[in-house]
Design a protein around this ligand. Structure first.
Ligand code: NAD
Ligand code: UFG
Length: 371
């Protein structure tokens, strides 16, 4: 008799899943029928996000507290949950801090990636092929056979394009780094390519995010930076809510229509959907890819300020100040490869990004510490 039981949800491990992008991706994965498991050390996130994720999805999230740098722990987590794929968000991301403390970034970002990959290699040894199995033929014993593949999605960044020669940026543009943070993304991308050459059973999706902003439309989860925000949108929202007196607009003499920097802001909900699409593509057939996740449309700092004022009904006072060292004039994606390979494209407008960022900030003036 045919069984009408619902199919077992497919487990996915999210390293750094309690963070800004990871938490939104958690929700999108549950909505798509996956069972995401968060592995996070809460170095840059607040445990209060977990209760919020439970409220949004109707069920408490599965969580493993721990550090990705601890390979044995990651291995144990993989053996416990047997995920069909891993999304690797965990890492440090502040460009300025990486200039001041490069070793912190090399250790946590590059070290974290190596630790995760070694744990995956150990657990999925059978799937990765006989060359890895060793003399005793021991394997993971998880029912996977050679050829099943091992799926990994990695959070890379448009920072790998450095100062691009032109816009829009396609994935074949030369890569360069302008900070130790950017360097970690280059090194990890290169490590993943070497791994693919050596062990073709890996299925790896490298996602180069442009500028993620906004929040879940419920206003329950969002970006909660520690200290003074480095990025434009959280700074703008903190000015609008009265936490900071004004925005400093870094540079007004760039070769752009209004002189301020132009970026490809992408709603974090679109980004989350991009992860689901990437994972589904990797699970559907053996393949690997590197794609931009952006909208293809650039907005200047002053356009963002105006859109935000409109969406929030609040003034955002600003001062035009000197350029921030290391900033580029313009950076926006050609997102057509992601559309072609993943059937994904960004849908949300700048207005929606601002409205959702405002709903989160106004409902949680101190971020998760408001709870
Ligand atoms: P985030 O800091 O909000 O999330 C990262 C999470 O990883 C945090 O919850 C943190 O506690 C956790 N973490 C850090 N080190 C860890 C470790 N060793 N073990 C376990 N957990 C650890 O950052 P985010 O904005 O969600 O970014 C996620 C990923 O996307 C990062 O790799 C980042 O470099 C990349 N990225 C972010 C942006 C952006 O603008 N937000 C842009 C491009 C790429
Ligand atoms: N900006 C201001 N005032 C601020 C903050 C930012 O005017 O207080 C301007 C910047 O000069 C830039 C734009 O707003 O023109 C966007 O700046 P963000 O800091 O929000 O974003 P970036 O494009 O500089 O950085 C982002 C990610 C980095 C990544 C980089 C690579 O945050 O992690 O893209 O493109 F490395």
């Amino acid at each position: 008799m045919p069984s009408h039981a619902p199919p077992e949800p497919r487990t996915v491990l999210l390293t750094g899943g309690a963070g800004y992008i990871g938490s939104h991706t958690f929700v999108a994965l549950r909505e798509a029928g996956f069972e995401p498991v968060i592995l996070d050390n809460f170095a840059n996130s607040h445990p209060a996000v977990l209760e919020r994720l439970g409220r949004i999805t109707g069920r408490a999230p599965l969580v493993e507290r721990g550090d990705v740098l601890e390979t044995a722990l990651v291995e144990a987590v993989l053996r416990r949950h047997r995920p069909v794929g891993v999304v690797h968000f965990a890492g440090d991301k502040a460009v300025g801090e990486s200039v001041a403390q490069p070793l912190k970034y090399f250790h946590n970002n590059i070290g974290g990636a190596i630790s995760l990959l070694r744990a995956m290699e150990a657990v999925y040894v059978d799937a990765l092929g006989p060359r890895l199995r060793g003399d005793d033929g021991r394997g993971a014993g998880d029912g996977r056979g050679a050829g099943d593949g091992v799926a990994l999605v990695f959070s890379s960044s448009a920072t790998v394009y450095g100062d691009p020669a032109s816009v829009p940026i396609t994935e074949d543009f030369p890569r360069q780094h302008t900070s130790p943070y950017g360097q970690t993304k280059l090194v990890i991308e290169d490590m993943l390519q070497a791994l693919l050459r050596a062990q073709p059973a890996w299925r790896i999706g490298v996602l180069r995010y442009f500028n993620p902003v906004g929040a879940h439309p419920s206003g329950l989860i969002g970006e909660d930076p520690a200290g003074i925000p480095n990025n434009l949108m959280p700074y703008v929202t903190q000015v609008a809510v009265g936490l900071r007196p004004h925005l400093n607009v870094f540079g007004h003499d760039y070769p752009t229509p209004d002189g301020t920097g132009v970026r490809d802001y992408i709603h974090v909900q679109d980004l989350a959907a991009g992860h689901v699409a990437a994972l589904q593509a990797l699970l559907a057939k053996p393949q690997s890819f590197t794609v931009n996740l952006g909208t293809g449309r650039g907005y200047s700092v002053l356009e963002v300020v105006r859109a935000f004022e409109q969406a929030s009904g609040r003034p955002v006072p600003y001062k035009l100040v000197d350029r921030r060292p290391g900033d580029v004039a313009q950076c926006y994606a050609d997102p057509s490869l992601a559309r072609k390979l993943l059937g994904w494209e960004a849908r949300h407008s700048l207005q929606e990004m601002c409205a959702d960022a405002w709903r989160w900030q106004s409902g949680n003036p101190q971020g998760y510490a408001t709870v």
